[in-house]
Write a protein that binds this ligand. Structure first.
Ligand code: SF4
Length: 411
């Protein structure tokens, strides 16, 4: 692994040329793939979506990567993923995702096996030096592979701010196991998962990206790029920079860097090929969109505000309102990160370790990141409402969503 990350343009040579050039500039597959290699190509196939919408890695990019892999004549190649299982929303069919992204056609054309990892054999493994998740069930295909090539798409995410090649590995967790990562704390769970199934290489489909909360077509962003590198952490740092998202706010990148003695910052990366400055766009994060949907709440974010706090806050606020407490939430101020002192009248809640010193708050939720349950309790008590009703609403709504998506998850 090196810190070199290549960016190439799909103009004028097209997608295949851009993928070949990006992989070549980033050091190629030569040292990685040989005649005994069992390769898993893991494209992001999160939910059935129109091609070129920016939601999933497109068949054209997967095909270009697969051709490069086949040229190395490995022992075996599988293209595999498992669609989103949903946490605060339903789950999706992996086969429909493969079909709509063009990946089914690619696999047929190249004679490569396509495998639905949601329905693959699950194998429970323990995670050494885990941050939060010491055991996890993983699709056997991923564990049997000695080379994993992650192909994410360039996309923002409501909970983790960005979803790139490390977070893309969630697709190797079968069905409901994915939901466990949310219960435990998503950013830390991603790092634990990547301890046992760390991508050996990452090629980002940045031809078209997606911002906000993935509404099509308004959240689609044309980029015309491919990003590649042998260290998925640094590839993700470059991906975040292209979306104008500060890597200090993406907690799983920070935790991973800490764990591996690296820095998740753009000046730690050797960028070759196209310049970031010539292509950077500023993507709306999912949390920016979320804030706009709750005008009754004022969100104050300090510089250190990160996905660790916003991630759990999304559920707490959503289910307080669904429990019927919209009126009582009026005038609530939530402070995230090391913000300036607050001068608002009453109902001010500060979240997490970094806001511990902020003055003018009524209540504080400790932790880094704070736990969802504790956040619900403090927010409810500050608004004078019943946290049990919010928890019941949360559990009931999630159960309904999970029950309704169990059929899709079998496909
Ligand atoms: S307290 Fe919250 S905002 Fe601060 S670093 Fe921890 S998770 Fe991030």
């Amino acid at each position: 692994m090196t810190n070199r990350v290549a960016i190439t343009s799909t103009e004028p040579g097209g997608v295949e040329h851009a993928v070949r050039e990006a992989v070549r500039l980033a050091g190629g597959f030569g040292e990685l793939i040989g005649p005994t290699s069992r390769v898993l190509i893991k494209p992001n196939q999160c939910k059935p979506s129109p091609r070129h919408s920016g939601c999933m890695a497109d068949g054209d990019v997967v095909e270009a990567v697969a051709k490069l892999v086949l040229e190395r004549r490995p022992k075996s190649v599988v293209i595999g993923d498992g669609a989103i299982a949903g946490y605060d929303f339903g789950g999706f069919s992996t086969q429909e995702s493969f079909d709509s992204s063009g990946v089914t056609e690619v696999a047929k054309r190249l004679g490569i096996e396509l495998r639905n990892l949601t329905t693959d054999i699950p194998v429970e493994v323990s995670i050494p030096n885990a941050l939060i998740m010491d055991r996890v069930r993983i699709a056997k295909t991923a564990l049997d592979s000695d080379v994993i090539i992650s192909i994410p798409v360039l996309k923002s995410h409501i909970r983790t701010h960005a979803t790139l090649s490390l977070k893309n590995m969630k697709g190797v967790m079968p069905g409901v196991e994915k939901r466990k990562t949310h219960r435990l704390g998503l950013d830390m769970a991603i790092v634990d998962l990547c301890t046992v199934v760390r991508p050996s290489y990452a090629v980002v489909d940045a031809t078209v990206g997606m911002e906000g909360v993935w509404q099509y077509p308004q959240d689609t962003r044309k980029m015309g790029l491919i990003v590649a590198g042998s260290d998925a952490l640094y590839v993700d740092v470059v991906g975040a920079a292209l979306m104008g998202i500060d890597t200090a706010q993406i907690m799983h990148l920070q935790y991973m860097a800490q764990k591996e003695g690296k820095r998740a910052a753009i000046d730690a990366v050797e960028v070759v090929g196209e310049r970031i400055a010539d292509h950077r766009q500023v993507f709306k994060t999912g949390f920016d969109v979320f804030r706009g949907r709750y005008p009754e709440v004022c969100f104050v974010q300090g510089e250190s505000a990160c996905s660790g706090c916003t991630n759990e806050l999304v559920s707490a606020i959503t289910y307080m309102k669904q429990a019927g407490y919209g009126e009582q939430m009026k005038g609530l101020t939530v402070v995230i990160g090391n913000a300036a002192d607050v001068r608002a009248e009453g109902k001010v809640v500060a979240l997490g370790k970094c806001s511990a010193g902020v003055k003018g708050v009524d209540a504080h939720v400790p932790g880094c990141p704070p736990k969802e349950d504790e956040m619900v309790r403090v927010l409810c008590e500050t608004c004078g409402v019943d946290p049990r009703k919010v928890r019941e609403t949360m559990a009931g709504e999630r159960k309904k969503l999970w029950d309704s998506s169990s059929g899709a998850l079998q496909r």
